[in-house]
Design a protein around this ligand. Sequence first.
Ligand code: SF4
Length: 324
Amino acid sequence: MSGSLQRTQGDDGTLYHWMRSKSEKTDTGLHDWMIPEAGVRALRVMERWAKPYQASIAMEIVERRGKNTLDPEIPRAQQHRNALFLGSYSTKGNQARTVSLAAWNVGLKAFARKVGLDWPLASHQFRRKFANYVAHSRFGDLRYLREHFAHWSMDMALGYAMDESWGGHLDLDLYSEIQAEYDDIKLDTVDGWLSDDLLAGGFGRSIKQWQRDPANLAIFKDHRTMVISIAESTSIRSNGHAWCSADNDGCVGNTLERTRCGDCNNAVIGVGHLRIYQQLYNNLKELLDCRDIGESGRLRVLRDMERCRSVFTQLGYDPESKTG
Ligand code: SF4
């Protein structure tokens, strides 16, 4: 609706944008959604889009009042008067009204066809996709989305939800969906760890060792129970080159010193990470040819190459077979 944009400022000066909308689905009325800059621009466009339709509805109300002040269509028209996502209904004499869910879904399918997609696009998929993105971002994947969703972490989100002065209308259902997506990602990850593939990293090796003892597996009713139990009891975050089970992301192994994960007791490294280590190894080899890195630089490159080789060995892979 018009005037739906709000802005708040975090303690560190960061600006957060919010869009207020009304949820018919949950019957709880108004909701505030955190949106990125692009969302703000989209709303500004929609405000311009809606103006002629809003004027048309205002005119319709005046005309109806002129004919019959008790016309039941007047309060209905008033409900749409400040909406942004407006369109005209040819079946009702081009009456301007909020675009209905059914109309959105027809439009989305037509849009998909127009851009050559064989995909039954529907509105509910956006909500699910959003929850999935936030969950992946929280897990550590999709790092480019981290800024957008930094404050969609569960802790922060619940913090907002509990703030009486702001956020009283937040959609807790969405947080449940994000948590469910996040739990699914963790389950898939642990399920992958327990496959027949080798694992590197201290924690990865421990898992494989533990898995080799049938007595450990016998504790669990079935494979799924085992996966759930490990996923629930383990902190897991993807940093791109390993899954890190440390409680927080403060370690330099996440960023400046990536090879550190190779032998860390918190790390699980799978065959899916090999491409990254291969690239890292190739880059390090090139660095060795640089004359201006000094002796300490050279030693560090050699150390990192050795760390990469250790990962290759743990995963049963020969880096020299693919380099060059
Ligand atoms: S070195 Fe260990 S604690 Fe640090 S990021 Fe890598 S896995 Fe996590």
